[in-house]
Write a protein that binds this ligand. Structure first.
Ligand SMILES: [Zn+2]
Length: 278
C-alpha cells in the first residue's frame, strides 16, 4: 500500500523546495502513462479525478483501478478528488476510496465559501482525509478577459485558512484552466503575499501551458501542488494525429497514447523537481 496523506506529501515538498504533480486521469491510458512516469523517475504523484469525468469513466469503477495501481507501487501516491462542487460528491468519493479531496466553493461569496468548505472539513477530518479548497476564482477556457478574474485576496487568505481549517489552498494568481488564449501572466506579488499570510501548502490549478520559468518561480514561492490535465490530453491528441496519418492500427495507437502521456508526465516531474523524491 503506497497511499499516503496529501498533507504530508506536500509538507515534505514544501520543506525540500519542490512541487508535486497532480495529474488528472480518467482512463487506463492516462493512468498507466502517469504511473509509468512515476516509476521511471521515483517521484511522488497525485492521481486526480474530477466529477465531470463521470460521463467517460464512472468513479466507482475508476477509483478501484486507481487504488489497484497505487497499492501495487512502493512509491507514494495520493488519490484526490478534483473540484468537487457538492458535499455529496465528496462523500461518494470517500466511499469509493479517495484519500484526498478538493471542495471548490470559489464561485460563492466569501462567507458561503467558508461555510461549504467547513462542512467538508468536518466530514473529512475524522477520517484522516486532507481537504484542499480555493479562495479567489481560477477561470476556465484560458484567459481572454481578465475583468472577471477572481484573484486570491491575500488579506482574506489567513482568515479563510483559519476558519475552514483546510490542508491546502488553491490560489488564483493569473492561472486558468484549459488552453491559454494568450500568454499567462502570473502575479507574483499576489502569490508572495498569500504565502506570507498562510502556512498551508499552496496549489496551482491550470498549470498546463504556463511557461517553465514561471512554474519554477512558483515552486520557489511556495506552490507545492501543481495541477496538470490539459497538457496530457494535448500530448495524446498529437500522438493520435500522428498515428492516424501514418495508418497505424488500434494497438499501436493505444501504446503510443500511453507513451505520449508518460513522456509529458516525466517532463513535468523533472520541471517540478520531484524526481527521486519518493
Ligand atoms: Zn483545477
Amino acid at each position: 500500500m503506497a497511499l499516503v496523506s496529501m498533507r504530508e506529501m506536500l509538507e515534505k515538498a514544501d520543506a525540500e523546495g519542490y512541487g508535486v504533480g497532480n495529474f488528472d486521469v480518467f482512463n487506463l491510458e492516462l493512468l498507466k502513462g502517469v504511473m509509468e512516469a512515476q516509476q521511471a523517475l521515483r517521484a511522488p504523484v497525485i492521481l486526480a479525478y474530477g466529477p465531470p469525468f463521470e460521463a467517460f469513466s464512472p468513479m466507482r469503477h475508476f477509483a478501484k483501478l486507481m487504488r489497484s495501481y497505487a497499492e501495487e507501487t512502493d512509491l507514494p501516491v495520493v488519490i484526490h478528488l478534483d473540484h468537487a462542487n457538492t458535499f455529496e460528491q465528496v462523500k461518494l468519493a470517500v466511499e469509493a476510496g479517495f484519500n484526498s479531496v478538493m471542495i471548490d466553493a470559489s464561485a460563492l461569496p466569501f462567507e458561503e465559501n467558508i461555510q461549504k468548505t467547513r462542512e467538508v472539513v468536518a466530514f473529512c477530518r475524522p477520517l484522516g482525509i486532507p481537504v484542499e479548497a480555493e479562495l479567489g476564482h481560477v477561470g476556465d477556457e484560458g484567459m481572454s478577459d481578465l475583468s472577471n478574474y477572481g484573484f486570491t485576496d491575500p488579506s482574506l487568505a489567513a482568515e479563510y485558512v483559519k476558519r475552514t481549517e483546510i490542508d491546502a489552498l488553491a490560489v488564483a494568481i493569473g492561472n486558468a484552466h484549459g488552453v491559454y488564449q494568450r500568454k499567462p501572466e502570473i502575479r507574483y506579488e499576489v502569490l508572495d503575499a498569500v504565502r506570507k499570510a498562510v502556512s498551508v501548502p499552496l496549489v496551482l490549478h491550470g498549470a498546463s501551458g504556463i511557461p517553465d520559468q514561471d512554474i519554477r518561480r512558483c515552486t520557489e514561492s511556495g506552490i507545492t501542488k501543481i495541477n496538470i490535465h490539459t497538457e496530457l490530453l494535448l500530448s495524446a491528441v498529437e500522438s493520435f494525429t500522428r498515428d492516424i496519418k501514418a495508418g497505424a492500427n488500434y494497438y499501436t495507437i493505444f501504446e503510443n497514447h500511453v507513451k505520449a502521456v508518460r513522456d509529458r508526465t516525466e517532463e513535468k516531474i523533472r520541471l517540478f523537481g520531484s524526481q527521486g523524491k519518493a
